[in-house]
Design a protein. Structure first.
Length: 295
């Protein structure tokens, strides 16, 4: 019997709302999750790149883990990435205690890592992490790539390693990950980290997408998955074209996190557009361009 990957489908890597005083805004996060809960998506990712994990203190991250799980019935994964392994393990422990379904980890960043180092790192982390985990491949930020051969080797060896978010702007990389891991595991999930790669990912046999646009139009991506499951390729093509047009959002403004938050704020008035990434506030012309994308 063929096993299906867990956590397949559409994920939202949630933004982290902040109060006007710059603190994590749990009430606003609850309003945001309430809309996501009803949208038809499958999984929430807490404190991903768009969730500004690298700008949060350890205590703020622990707070978000403790408070977030009760805000949604959806599957929930916590990004526990850090350059300090004891901090990561404390975050993982808090995630298990709070009822999270899995955690996600980047490879070590700042220092470049060889494939041999990466194998050693993930093997040691797997012994300590205490539950199911996803890797997060983002070479543009970490300076190293989790190659298909490396990921396949780890997937064959470590049952707790259940999937990967592949944030590489290259379809062949995503496809090769899918092909190589399928040779060793039927239940391993390869998810694209680029919004517009949902359909190519599915066509290649992948598990779905982790898409920043889901903070704004989660219903659109849920509809795409429904069309895929029903094999309604005409509907899927129309949705893919809409997603492609909306990708222009990432060229608006100086900081994509602030831009996404601004779109959420303007469309739903559920949170402030405040971000800890400085200098990203949109001007009137940029706000108009943003509004036009979602008319």
């Amino acid at each position: 019997m063929i096993s299906q990957p867990a956590f397949s489908g559409v994920w939202c890597p949630s933004v982290t709302p902040f109060t006007q005083q710059g603190q994590p805004d749990i009430e606003a996060l609850g309003r945001h999750f309430a809309r996501l809960n009803a949208s038809g998506i499958d999984t929430l990712l807490l404190m991903g790149s768009i969730g500004e994990f690298a700008s949060l203190t350890q205590q703020e991250r622990l707070l978000l883990i403790r408070e977030s799980r009760q805000l949604s019935p959806l599957s929930m994964v916590a990004n526990i990435s850090s350059t300090c392994v004891p901090d990561m393990l404390a975050l993982a422990e808090a995630a298990w205690h709070s009822g999270f379904d899995a955690v996600m980890v980047l490879p070590p960043y700042y220092y470049g890592q060889t494939p041999r180092q990466l194998l050693s790192y993930f093997r040691e982390l797997d012994k300590q992490i205490g539950g199911k985990w996803f890797a997060y491949n983002f070479p543009a930020r970490t300076g190293c790539d989790l190659t298909p051969a490396l990921v396949s080797e780890l997937a064959a060896e470590l049952p707790g390693f259940i999937g990967i978010k592949d944030t590489v702007d290259c379809l062949s990389h995503n496809r090769a990950l899918i092909e190589e891991t399928k040779k060793v595991r039927d239940d391993f999930a390869v998810l694209s980290g680029y919004d517009e790669y949902l359909v190519p990912n599915l066509l290649a046999g992948g598990a779905g997408v982790i898409s920043g646009l889901n903070n704004i139009v989660p219903e659109l991506f849920a509809a795409a998955m429904q069309a895929w499951r029903e094999q309604d390729l005409a509907a899927l093509a129309r949705i893919q074209q809409r997603i492609g047009r909306m990708m222009a959002i990432y060229a608006i403004g100086e900081d994509f996190v602030t831009t996404i938050k601004t779109a959420v704020s303007r469309r739903f008035d559920s949170m402030s557009s405040r971000s800890r990434n400085v200098g990203g506030a949109l001007n009137a012309e940029q706000c108009q361009a943003l509004d036009q994308l979602f008319e």
